[in-house]
Design a binder for this molecule. Structure first.
Ligand code: ADP
Ligand code: MG
Length: 317
């Protein structure tokens, strides 16, 4: 049973100088309970806009979002929770850890009376390895490390017993040494609680390790998607190949980016004007051809219908 289904989501922002920027373009996907889907792409590709639309902070121009059991807005907020990038900004410096975790428990009536509330707070803190929980509960954010704050943010998200968890670059602001601990924690909680997890990241190595499937976003559009190993080890879209070549994955790819990816124009240099139609990547693409002025459909890669890429190179003659 699908926990969250997104159909043809399109989100536009007003540009400063007038006109509109399409930050998410016709995006469809599903999240399954107990599984992680990674949304990867470089900065500005629209990842956080997807999260904002799913959490109803921005209103989509088009599309439909269906959350299992979440028709009513209060229930939607209960069933879909977030973990943000910045553990320093996401906690209120004026309040204790207890307060942060108690709030969603009270708001969504997850506790029966004072004693039950206290038990639940301590259980949640213990489940994210913040122990001794009663000591941690009395602390203020400034008394915690970045990793501990992110654990509080995770405990708070779990308080409402969500079905879907959206984690937007949850470790990119943490010390490298504790990133894996936090990702392992999310992975364990996902399994224990049968959560549907959307893992937003620009890091292909952890996407491959923690997610069952990967979607690669380029300028608001999914250019490639499929089982994680297939997308990372056998990328079909030229953009995914560049990302994979640049990724510091010690297992799969060693050393510096390839000559091909170094020779490519950087995002700032790309010509945008003529890209209203056709493949959005073609100004940066080493394989661009005349056909690329037409918008490519999602085509199967290597005979696997679960692995698709939006590239004319995959089209039979
Ligand atoms: P990512 O999370 O992948 O870095 P974002 O979703 O934050 O990407 O941004 C996607 C695009 O939308 C970027 O070009 C960004 O500059 C633009 N953008 C994001 N937020 C706004 C906003 N509030 N108003 C206008 N443009 C925005
Ligand atoms: Mg972002």
């Amino acid at each position: 049973m699908t926990a969250l289904a997104v159909h043809h989501l399109t989100v536009e922002y007003r540009r400063h100088g007038g006109g509109r920027l399409r930050a998410v373009d016709d995006l469809s996907f599903e999240l399954e309970p107990g599984e992680t889907l990674a949304l990867v792409g470089e900065s500005g590709s629209g990842k956080s806009t997807v999260v904002r639309a799913l959490s109803r902070f921005v209103k989509p121009q088009q599309g439909r979002i269906e959350l299992d059991g979440g028709r009513n807005p209060h229930e939607y907020r209960r069933r879909l929770q977030l973990v943000f990038q910045d553990p320093f900004a996401s906690l209120n410096p004026m309040h204790t850890v207890r307060h942060h975790v108690a709030r969603p428990l009270k708001r969504h009536r997850r506790a029966q009376g004072r004693q039950d509330l206290e038990t639940r707070i301590l259980d949640l803190l213990t489940s994210v390895n913040l122990t001794p929980a009663d000591e941690v509960a009395r602390k203020y954010p400034h008394e915690l490390s970045g990793g501990q704050r992110q654990r509080v943010a995770i405990a708070r998200a779990l308080a409402t017993e969500p079905r879907v968890l959206l984690a937007d670059e949850p470790v990119s602001m943490l010390d490298v040494s504790i990133r894996l601990e936090i990702l392992n924690l999310l992975d364990r909680l996902k399994r224990e609680r049968d959560l549907a997890l959307l893992y937003v990241t620009h890091d292909l190595a952890t996407a491959r390790h923690f997610a069952k499937d990967i979607m690669v976003l380029y300028r608001g559009e999914v250019v490639e998607r499929g089982p994680s190993d297939a997308v990372i080890l056998d990328p079909a879209h030229p953009y995914t190949r560049i990302l994979a070549d640049a990724a510091p994955d010690p297992q799969a790819r060693r050393g510096a980016p390839t000559t091909a990816s170094r020779a490519l124009p950087r995002p700032a240099e790309r010509r945008e004007a003529s890209l209203d139609t056709g493949c959005k990547f073609r100004a940066r693409c080493p394989f661009a051809m005349a056909k690329c002025a037409e918008h490519p459909p999602a085509l199967p890669v290597g005979g696997d219908p679960r692995h698709t890429a939006r590239c004319w190179l995959l089209a039979p003659e």
